[in-house]
Design a protein around this ligand. Sequence first.
Ligand code: 5GP
Length: 187
Amino acid sequence: MIRKAIIFSAPSGAGKTTLVRHLMEKLPILQFSVSATSRSKREHEIHGKDYFFLTPEQFRAHIQSNDFLEWEEVYPNHYYGTLKSEVERIFEEGKVVIFDVDVVGGLNLKEYFGSEALAVFVKPPSEEELENRLRYRNTETEEKIQLRLAKAKHELAFEDRFDTVIVNENLEIAKGESLEKVKNFIQ
Ligand code: 5GP
C-alpha cells in the first residue's frame, strides 16, 4: 500500500487552509485528513467534513484508547488530533493523505511518516500581516485573537524543521508553488 503524506503547517492566519483547498481541487489523488477537536463548532462548519467535533470528555477517552496518531491540547480544553482510523481509511482508498495542522502537530506527523511525508511550512509575509489576517477573519473574540497571535509568533521560529517553506504574500503565486512542490513529491 502506498503511504504518502502531505503536511501543511503554519501559524494560524498564514493562509494554509486556502492552499490546501486549492491543492485538493487540482489533485484528486489527495484526500483531506479530518481532525478531531473539542473546540466549539463555527457556524459554517460541518461535523465530519471540517472536523469531528467531540466533547473534551470524548476526546480524552480516545487519548486513553490510543486512537490518535498525534494530538495536542492547543488551548486549555481545546484538543486537536489526528485519528489513526482516518489516516488508514485514506490509505486504503489508495489516496495520498493531506494534513492541515498546526506547527507542532506538523512536526510530530513528519517524525511519524519520515521520508514518506512532505512537510510544508506556510509563512505569512510579516507578523503585521498575520495580525491583520487574524483580525479580518473576525470569527473570534479579542481574547482569543490575542491567544492565537501569541501562539502564531512562537510558531514562526520552527520553519527550519520543515522540508520546504512557502511564503504566502501573493496568493496566486503561493498556490502555484504549492502545486508544483506537491506534484513533484507524489509523482
Ligand atoms: P482552528 O481552531 O482555527 O480550526 O485550528 C487551530 C489550529 O489547530 C490550527 O493551526 C489547525 O491547523 C490546528 N489543527 C487542526 N487539526 C489539527 C490536528 O489534528 N492536530 C494538530 N496538532 N493541530 C491541528
